[in-house]
Design a protein around this ligand. Structure first.
Ligand SMILES: C[S@@+](CC[C@H](N)C(=O)[O-])C[C@H]1O[C@@H](n2cnc3c(N)ncnc32)[C@H](O)[C@@H]1O
Length: 441
C-alpha cells in the first residue's frame, strides 16, 4: 500500500476509534426506526433477484465495516437464525459493536478487527454482505469490491453504497474547505469539530455552504459535524462510475436497494404527455442510463445504494405481471415477514370485523403514501396473516366472501374472481407487502 493510502487509513482508524459510528447508545433498538428491519431483511434482495423467499436460518451474513454494530444488530433481528460476522478496521468500534450485540442478547455474533481489503483471510464464504457507508472511505474502492467478491458464495448478494457526487457535492466541497483550514494545527478531533462550529457561525447567512447545509443540530451533535464536514476519505460517485467499477470487478448489478424511489417515469406529471420519440427513447434506455438520467435531474438520494453479485446467478423467475393463468395456479402468496407482527394481525382482524379500511403503510412504512384496502379485502387477506397461502385457496376464499357479482347480481364467475385476486395481489406486491413465489411444477 502506498504511504498516502496508509496515512489515510490511519486517519480513518483514528477518526472512528475516537467516535465509533453510529453514536447510538447501547440500548437503541432498530425496531423503533420505521423500515430499518425491512431494509436489512435478506428477503428483499433474494426476492428481487430470484422471486424466491429464502429462509435466513443458517445463512452467513457479513457486516463489512460494521462500525459500532447498529446495522449488525438490525441484520441479526431482521434475519432470525442467521449467523452474523462483523469486521471493521477500528478496534474501538469493534469493542462497541460486541457490547451492543451482547446487550441485545446476540452473544453468538462474531466481530473481528480486520481491513475490508483483507477479508479473504477470514476463510469464510458469505450468503450476504452488507457494506453500508464504507466503500466511499476506502483509498481504493475497487480493491474493496474485489475483496468482497472473493468471499461471496456463488449465489450470494452484496449490498454496497457510495455517496452520490451530485447530492453530496456541497458537503464534499465543505470538507475540502475545512481540510485546508484545520490540517496543519489543532491536533484533536474535538478541537477540529469546535473549529467547524466557530467558522460556520461566523459565515454570513447567505454563504452557500452555510445556507445549504448548516442545521441547528450541528451545534450539539459532534458525530454529525464529523461525518459531514470532516470525514476522512469521503468521495462522491456517479451512476456511470459505479457501473464501471462493477464492470471492472466483474460484479453484476442486481437492483437499487430503494428501487421504488429510482423510477424515472415517476418524475413526470404524466408520461402520456411526452413526445412519442422521448417515450420510445426512455423505454429503450438501459437500466444504468435510466438511473443516470434520474440522478442528473433529481439528485435527492445521498447514497447510490445497490445490490450486486456474481455475473452468473440463478436465472430469475419472470415478474408475476407476466405470469400465465397456469402459472398463477402454482403461486404461493406470502405477506412480507417484516409485516407480520401480532399488532398487524390484530389490526387486520379488527378491520375485517368492523369492515373499516386498513392502511399497510402504518404497520410497515415503505413510502410516503398510505396503502389502504377496504374492510372486505382485509377479511379476504386474513388467512395470509397466519401463513403463506396457495393461490387457489385465496381464490376460493374470495368466492366465499363475494359469492354474488355486485353488478350482474349473478353468482361471481371464477374468471372475474381470479382477475380481482390477481389485481389486488399485484398492487400489494408492487407496494412491497406481498411476495409472490412460483412453486416448482
Ligand atoms: C460511516 S461508518 C459506517 C458504519 C456502519 N457500516 C453503519 O452504516 O452504521 C464507516 C466504518 O467503516 C470502517 N472502515 C473504513 N475503512 C475501512 C476499511 N478499509 N476496512 C474496514 N473498515 C473500514 C470505519 O472504521 C467505520 O467504522
Amino acid at each position: 500500500m502506498d504511504p498516502q493510502a496508509s496515512d489515510l487509513l490511519e486517519n480513518i482508524r483514528q477518526q472512528f476509534d475516537t467516535l465509533p459510528y453510529p453514536h447510538f447508545p447501547l440500548d437503541a433498538t432498530p425496531k423503533d426506526i420505521p423500515g430499518q428491519l425491512y431494509l436489512h431483511s435478506l428477503t428483499n434482495p433474494f426476492y428481487f433477484r430470484d422471486r424466491r423467499i429464502i429462509d435466513p436460518t443458517g445463512r452467513l451474513i457479513l457486516d463489512a465495516g460494521c462500525g459500532s454494530g447498529y446495522k449488525s444488530l438490525s441484520l441479526a433481528i431482521a434475519n432470525p437464525g442467521a449467523q452474523i460476522v462483523g469486521v471493521d478496521l477500528s478496534d474501538e468500534s469493534i469493542k462497541f459493536a460486541r457490547q451492543r450485540l451482547q446487550y441485545h442478547g446476540f452473544e453468538q455474533v462474531k466481530f473481528h478487527t480486520c481491513l475490508l481489503e483483507h477479508l479473504p483471510s477470514l476463510n469464510l464464504q458469505f450468503d450476504y454482505i452488507n457494506c453500508d457507508e464504507v466503500l466511499y472511505l476506502l483509498p481504493d474502492p475497487i480493491a474493496g469490491l474485489r475483496a468482497m467478491k472473493a468471499v461471496l458464495k456463488p449465489d450470494g448478494i452484496i449490498r454496497v453504497n457510495f455517496h452520490s457526487l451530485f447530492q453530496r457535492a456541497v458537503y464534499l466541497r465543505g470538507q475540502e474547505f475545512f481540510a485546508h483550514l484545520t490540517e496543519s494545527h489543532l491536533p484533536t478531533q474535538a478541537e477540529r469539530i469546535e473549529q467547524v462550529r466557530v467558522v460556520m457561525r461566523s459565515l454570513k447567512a447567505e454563504v452557500f455552504l452555510k445556507n445549504a447545509t448548516w442545521k441547528p443540530i450541528y451545534e450539539t451533535d459532534d458525530a454529525r459535524v464529523l461525518t459531514n464536514y470532516l470525514l476522512q476519505g469521503d468521495k462522491g460517485w456517479t451512476i456511470p462510475q459505479f457501473f464501471s467499477a462493477l464492470q471492472e470487478t466483474e460484479l453484476a448489478f442486481i437492483g437499487m436497494v430503494d428501487w421504488r424511489q429510482w423510477d424515472l417515469t415517476q418524475l413526470f406529471e404524466s408520461v402520456d404527455d411526452l413526445p412519442i420519440e422521448v417515450v420510445m427513447h426512455l423505454s429503450e434506455t438501459s437500466i444504468a442510463d435510466q438511473l443516470h438520467l434520474y440522478e442528473l435531474i433529481h439528485p435527492v438520494h445521498r447514497l447510490l445504494d445497490l445490490w450486486c453479485g456474481h455475473p452468473t446467478p440463478p436465472s430469475p423467475a419472470p415478474h408475476p405481471a407476466t405470469w400465465s393463468t397456469a402459472a398463477w395456479q402454482r403461486a404461493i402468496v406470502h405477506f412480507h415477514p417484516q409485516l407480520v407482527t401480532p399488532t398487524f394481525q390484530e389490526a387486520l382482524f379488527a378491520a375485517a370485523m368492523q369492515l373499516t379500511s386498513f392502511d399497510f403503510n402504518s404497520h410497515l412504512r415503505l413510502s410516503e403514501t398510505p396503502v389502504t384496502v377496504e374492510g372486505s379485502i382485509a377479511a379476504w387477506l386474513l388467512p395470509l396473516s397466519q401463513s403463506p397461502q396457495a393461490l387457489p385457496a385465496l381464490l376460493h376464499h374470495w368466492l366465499q366472501l363475494k359469492p354474488i357479482d355486485p353488478i350482474t347480481l349473478e353468482p361471481t364467475l371464477q374468471q372475474t374472481a381470479l382477475s380481482a385476486v390477481q389485481s389486488w395481489l399485484l398492487r400489494l406486491e408492487s407496494a412491497g407487502y406481498v411476495l409472490l413465489e412460483l412453486r416448482d411444477s
